[in-house]
Design a protein around this ligand. Structure first.
Ligand SMILES: C[S@@+](CC[C@H](N)C(=O)[O-])C[C@H]1O[C@@H](n2cnc3c(N)ncnc32)[C@H](O)[C@@H]1O
Length: 258
């Protein structure tokens, strides 16, 4: 049984430690991924795609690529990281909102749910996210998402270390995935940040609870919400070195509103 985590212990990377995001996951590392999303949005959405809704803006790194091809509206639940997105992309429309319940009262040509989807920790939350996408599309409109982790792919205790620096700040980033209960639909992702500023070491920890569901459950959930489902692969030369990239390809799901 997982102890109840205090809000200040979780998702610090999007709150008080949001300033680390551009250091450990810089915007330029999103170019391949963003261009792939642009191609897929054009392939499945066609010429009609001009204005897209991004559910889970983060620091706006994906938006910084998508905005070259589309008009973007984008939302995130955590104000500190959204502040970074606003600074990076002043031309993008940003709002603070919860992607599980957001209703903007208007439709978009397409919806993207990028890596925020992994924060859906139950099938109910996954369904809520897909309902939000559905509510913002006209019939025929497409939503694109991808699956970063699923049961057959998960490696218990997988630990990844990477090193980053910006100016006088060096960050060693350690990420550990652990699933104490393979039947409850989520797992623990624990981060340790070794932050050295002019050689002085500060150690911070962070905990994220992330969803893990069989791929068939993703597809069923999309269908139940009212999407026709197309399965594709998310193939890019450089996936972020997280749980993702054993063979550099992940399942990508396209939902077309029926
Ligand atoms: C990995 S970050 C996204 C990074 C983003 N792709 C970028 O380009 O910078 C995941 C984001 O999902 C957001 N998020 C998690 N749960 C959310 C929810 N229920 N509603 C809206 N945003 C959420 C977090 O605040 C975080 O900014």
């Amino acid at each position: 049984m997982r102890p109840k985590l205090r809000p200040e212990e979780i998702m610090r990377l999007y709150k008080d430690l949001a300033w680390l995001w551009p250091i450990i996951s810089p915007p330029e590392t999103y170019i391949d991924e963003g261009e792939l999303f642009i191609r897929k949005l054009k392939e499945y959405g066609g010429e009609r795609v001009h204005h897209i809704l991004n559910l889970g803006a983060g620091g706006g790194h994906l938006d910084s690529v998508l905005k070259k091809a589309f008009q973007i509206s984008s939302l995130d639940i955590n104000p500190p990281i959204l502040q970074l997105a606003k600074r990076l992309n002043p031309e993008v429309e940003y709002r603070i909102d919860d992607l599980r319940i957001a209703r903007l009262g208007r439709k978009f040509d397409a919806v993207v749910i990028h890596d925020a989807i992994c924060h859906m920790t139950s099938l109910e939350e996954l369904r809520a996210a897909f309902l939000t996408a559905h509510a913002h599309l006209d019939p025929g409109g497409v939503m694109i998402t991808f699956i970063e982790e699923w049961p057959e792919h998960f490696v218990q205790n997988r630990t990844v270390v990477s090193h980053h620096h910006q100016g006088n700040i060096e960050v060693t980033y350690i990420e550990n995935n652990y699933d104490p209960d393979p039947d409850d639909g989520n797992y623990e992702c624990t981060y340790i940040y070794l932050i050295r500023r002019d050689g002085y070491l500060d150690i911070q920890t962070d905990r994220h609870i992330l969803g893990i569901f069989p791929i068939a459950d993703w597809i069923d959930t999309l269908k139940n919400v009212g999407f026709e489902v197309i399965e594709d692969r998310f193939e890019i030369s450089k996936l972020p070195d997280t749980a993702a990239s054993k063979n550099n390809t992940l399942p990508m799901l396209i939902g077309r509103k029926t």
